[in-house]
Design a protein around this ligand. Structure first.
Ligand SMILES: Cc1ncc(COP(=O)(O)O)c(C=O)c1O
Length: 350
């Protein structure tokens, strides 16, 4: 029985077309001077986001870190919605490498969402010389740990305007901005409006084996190139991975299919008695009494998920078909009781 892997949308394998494009890639040397496919990919993504330029990075974490290193100085504070990836899932690099003091803003605007009033309050006013200065707002769309919740273009616009009015820079972690655009029927450009830097991932849901692009002004991207080198993120024959990124962009029109799969899964699980919020995109958080124990039970049934807080995280993606969703539900049905009743209590961390 094949394992149905819902752990992440990063588990997808390069498609045959992608592998063929990688094998045939025309390459230069992106560290010495330029690589033609890297340039093409960076321009394509920057155009999609309505920004002047872009720079490829191997990971989303590196793209976010470069942005934070460009925007922050020691003694600065940055704001982000609670549970943002830059706060809790990047090993605190925003603080210890970029030198910013993080401040998590509670979700007063709905799941994963903050309000302009919160930004206004948290930005405060310049204090005495020994006070932290709030200089940056980090947004995340979709918000991963809020179950892929989307910020609408209007919400994004209002937050950016408020940040700008308070003199803050804005970085948007748009690892899954594509998913928000697909779910909202909004343009990527509208969802990236006004942000000084935006990072997007080609490896999440779109099928590339690796790669993100950080976009901003030409000048910002020139500085980002230096920081990427400092972090060891320059690659020579980058065309091989840029070719994968270009093919990955072809999947954008199909993202609604993955969102539909998540909704189907949610509906099926609800019918079995689970409490499941309606997913806006491809991430589904299913609360259970003991998530680590439930993960092991599901693993026996060859359904692979991750525990996130008190929930099971299912992420749908291109390598899981509609039939796979039906198969997953069929495998879960007979073990539902165990999933909703098992409580093994505290266990040692491994
Ligand atoms: C919202 C968000 N930002 C950034 C990242 C980091 O991306 P990477 O794993 O490519 O470093 C992730 C990864 O899941 C993410 O969900």
């Amino acid at each position: 029985m094949r394992i149905l892997d819902f752990r992440s949308d990063t588990v997808t394998r390069p498609s045959p077309e992608m592998r063929a494009a990688m094998a045939a890639a025309e390459v230069g040397d992106d560290v010495l001077d330029r690589d033609p496919l890297m340039d093409e990919l960076q321009c394509r993504v920057a155009d999609l986001l309505g920004k002047e330029a872009g720079i490829w990075t191997p990971t989303g974490c590196m793209a976010n870190l470069i942005a934070l290193m460009l925007h922050l100085r020691p003694g600065d504070r940055f704001l982000a919605p609670a549970q943002a990836h830059v706060l809790g899932s990047e090993l605190g690099t925003g603080a210890w490498l970029a030198g910013g003091m993080p401040e998590a803003l509670p979700w007063e605007g709905g799941p994963g969402r903050i309000t302009p009033m919160q930004v206004w309050r948290a930005a405060g006013n310049p204090g005495p010389y020994d006070a932290l200065r709030t200089t940056l707002l980090c947004l995340e769309n979709t918000h991963h740990f809020a179950g892929g919740a989307c910020l609408t273009a209007a919400e994004h616009h209002a937050l950016v305007e408020q940040a700008q009015a308070k003199g803050l820079k804005v970085h948007l972690d748009g690892a899954r901005l594509w998913h928000a655009a697909a779910a909202l029927g909004a343009s990527l450009e509208a969802l990236a409006w006004g942000a000084d830097t935006v990072s997007v991932c080609l490896s999440k849901g779109l099928g590339a084996p690796m790669g993100s692009v950080l976009c901003g002004t030409r000048d910002t991207v020139a500085q980002a190139r230096r920081v990427r080198k400092m972090l060891g993120g320059g690659v020579g024959q980058g065309g091989v991975v840029a070719a994968a990124g270009l093919v990955a962009l072809d999947y954008l029109p199909r993202l609604p299919e993955d969102h539909a799969k998540a909704r189907r899964l949610a509906k099926g699980l609800r019918a079995m008695g689970f409490t499941v919020p309606e997913p806006q995109t491809n991430i589904l958080l299913v609360p259970v009494p003991d998530a680590p124990a439930a993960v092991s039970i599901l693993e026996e049934a060859k359904v692979r998920v991750l525990p996130v807080g008190g929930a099971l995280r299912f992420i749908t993606h291109r390598d899981l078909s509609g039939a796979d969703i039906a198969a997953a539900l069929a495998r879960i049905q007979p073990i539902t009781d165990r999933l909703v009743t098992t409580w093994e209590g505290s266990r040692p961390m491994v």
